[in-house]
Design a protein around this ligand. Structure first.
Ligand code: NAI
Ligand code: 15L
Length: 270
């Protein structure tokens, strides 16, 4: 597949979208930004901006038109009442795929989440890393919506030949800020490397990958991400001494720390 040029970046006003606005253009991408919220600073050089809701199917279809691929970040990024998750993450992702199909876009990179499998016990020392084909075990309605997105992606590949890489992102922030994130961290620079690999690898069909840096304390297997050509360059370990001194190590008796999804597994019902 030739390197796509124009990318529709949904959720561009959010934390990850804002980081990617700086990190993706050096790989050769021009960005069309889509979000219901205004993007910070407005349109930059080589950026177009569409301010609209995923529920606005006409605006979404126009936004997708003429792009080479979609990086779909838009949605609610944590637990919320089911009706809100339904509208933004489930219906919104369906609308996005319908627009991509109608406009002939060939590839989507979908921001799934580790919370799709958040109730999976974390591996102990020496245990094998968690594979991508581990059963879905959502820890929240939010995680459930990410499983929906992954299954939707599979359906659109099998029925329509629309390719997706679903990236179960760990924790993508400028730095790890908790002991859990020593295992789950995806540095922003590695996020850009992974998205570039997901946008350019040949013949991905529907591929599910975990999105993390090469963390010493990693819990899940990056093999399917590496198979796309992703070579992570960062490791959270330089942050370990400070975070462990500040917070103490993860306690084996704390359910919030025995499952991949951490605190999401014990969050009160919304
Ligand atoms: P965020 O909450 O900062 O950004 C989400 C953006 O989506 C916001 O700007 C919001 O306005 C927009 N949005 C929400 N509903 C919308 C709708 N109906 N129509 C149009 N835009 C809408 O989240 P963040 O951290 O930037 O994450 C981006 C994506 O990556 C999310 O889908 C999240 O679930 C996923 N993800 C992020 C992780 C992380 O560590 N940052 C970890 C795992 C998954
Ligand atoms: C996610 O899915 C969230 O969007 C993000 O805000 C973090 O909570 C992340 O997971 C995580 O597990 O650290």
């Amino acid at each position: 597949m030739p390197t796509p040029r124009t990318i529709l970046l949904t959720g561009a006003a959010g934390g990850l979208g804002t980081l990617l606005r700086d990190l993706l253009p050096p790989y050769g991408y021009a960005l069309r930004l889509f979000d219901v919220a205004p993007v910070p600073g407005g349109a930059g050089p080589d950026e177009e901006v569409v301010t609209a809701d995923l529920a606005d199917r006409a605006a979404l279809r126009e936004a997708v038109r003429g792009t080479d691929a979609v990086v779909h970040l838009a949605g609610i990024s944590g637990e919320a009442p089911f009706e809100q998750i339904l509208r933004a993450n489930i219906e919104g992702t369906y609308h996005l795929y319908e627009a991509a199909l109608a406009e002939g876009v060939r590839r989507v990179v979908f921001a799934s989440s580790n919370h799709a499998v958040g109730f999976t016990p974390r591996p102990g020392d020496g245990d094998p890393l968690i594979p991508v084909h581990t059963p879905h075990r959502p820890d929240t309605f939010y995680g459930l919506s990410k499983n929906f997105g992954e299954d939707l992606a599979q359906l659109y590949w099998d029925r329509h030949g629309l390719e997706t890489v679903s990236v179960r992102i760990g924790s993508c922030f400028p730095e790890p800020t908790t002991v859990r994130m020593l295992s789950t961290w995806l540095s922003p620079a590695d996020a850009a490397r992974l998205l570039h690999a997901a946008l350019t690898a040949e013949g991905v069909g529907h591929t599910v990958v975990y999105g993390s840096s090469a963390n010493t304390r990693l819990w899940w297997d990056l093999a399917s991400a590496r198979a796309l050509g992703y070579t992570p360059q960062d490791d959270s370990e330089p942050y370990a001494a400070r975070l462990l001194a500040e917070h103490g190590d993860l306690r084996p008796d704390d359910p919030a720390h025995t499952r991949l999804g951490g605190d999401f597994t014990t969050a009160p019902a919304p």
